[in-house]
Design a protein around this ligand. Structure first.
Ligand code: IPD
Length: 270
């Protein structure tokens, strides 16, 4: 399959899963369990939506692997792995406030952001009816229209999106960094959905995005959408985006933000 065909498959399954998640929500929500902390929830819809995605993907491509937020890694034999966040923005989904999305990416190589190569991805927002998609080398689109790419601003004029993890210690540190950073910017937004934050950079709804502690499924598809739209997306010190850090922005803002985060992170250790 070409990257364009993989993208079409990602769009098809993410759209169906998005409809399912939205309709399921109308019927009521149950918190099924918690994960890394009391506030890191799994709803029955998260697990059911992930099962739906896996069934559709493996019906089309039985030899691929799957790395899902809820089910973990199910290795394949083809060298490709689908990286799934069935409902990114689970807390928004629970409260019915703020966006959520189904995030589907397919990567080549090790199913680990430190070494993988993303081939195609889709972030589908079933409430806003926005379907972001990208194939490596093919550009990035929303509902079939090519994305304009990031706004070209410096740190001082930047509207940044960010997010917070579910562990108290990590949040305290994220809060210390943000408390200092916010004085250097236009302002901050916190949507509660990392995959859509990355797409918002691609479409210019925010100027940049950063977050530490993201899981692979939170950024796999959104990072491809942002980079195919022309954003620079990286981890710290030019490394690939991953759990240490994901920064996405136009070239100048990316460089300024990365440097400032480096300084603030060192100070947050004190
Ligand atoms: C979370 C969201 C949130 C981000 C968190 C993620 P989830 O994903 O993307 O915006 O700040 O770090 O864990 O739990 O809703 O799938």
């Amino acid at each position: 399959m070409t990257n364009a065909e993989l993208t079409r498959l990602a769009v098809q399954v993410a759209t169906e899963a998005g409809r399912f998640a939205r309709d399921t929500r109308r019927a009521g929500i149950t918190v099924a369990s918690t994960k890394t902390s009391e506030v890191d929830i799994v709803t029955a819809a998260d697990t059911a939506t992930e099962s739906l995605l896996i069934e559709a993907l493996l019906a089309a491509r039985p030899h691929d692997g799957v790395l899902g937020e809820e089910g973990g890694l199910r290795p394949g034999t083809s060298g490709l792995t689908w990286v799934l966040d069935p409902i990114d923005g689970t807390v928004n989904y629970l409260y019915g406030a703020g966006p959520y999305a189904v995030s589907v990416a397919v990567v080549e190589g090790e199913p680990n952001p430190a070494g993988w190569s993303p081939l195609a991805g889709c972030v589908h927002d079933p409430v806003g009816e926005r379907c972001y998609s990208a194939g490596r080398g093919d550009g990035a689109f929303c509902n079939g229209r090519r994305l304009p790419g990031p706004n070209l601003v410096g740190l001082q004029n930047a509207l940044l999106a960010t997010g917070f993890g579910y562990l108290a210690g990590r949040r305290r540190r994220q809060g210390r960094v943000l408390a200092a950073l916010i004085a250097d910017l236009r302002d901050i937004r916190r949507s509660g959905c990392a995959s859509l934050d990355l797409c918002s950079v691609a479409v210019g709804l925010v100027d940049g995005y950063y977050e530490r502690g993201l899981n692979p499924w939170d950024h796999a598809a959104g990072a491809l959408v942002a980079s195919e739209a022309g954003a620079v997306v990286s981890g710290p010190q030019g490394r690939l985006p991953g759990v240490d850090l994901v920064v996405a922005a136009g070239q100048r803002l990316h460089a300024e933000l990365l440097a400032r985060l480096d300084e603030l992170d060192a100070a947050a250790d004190d």
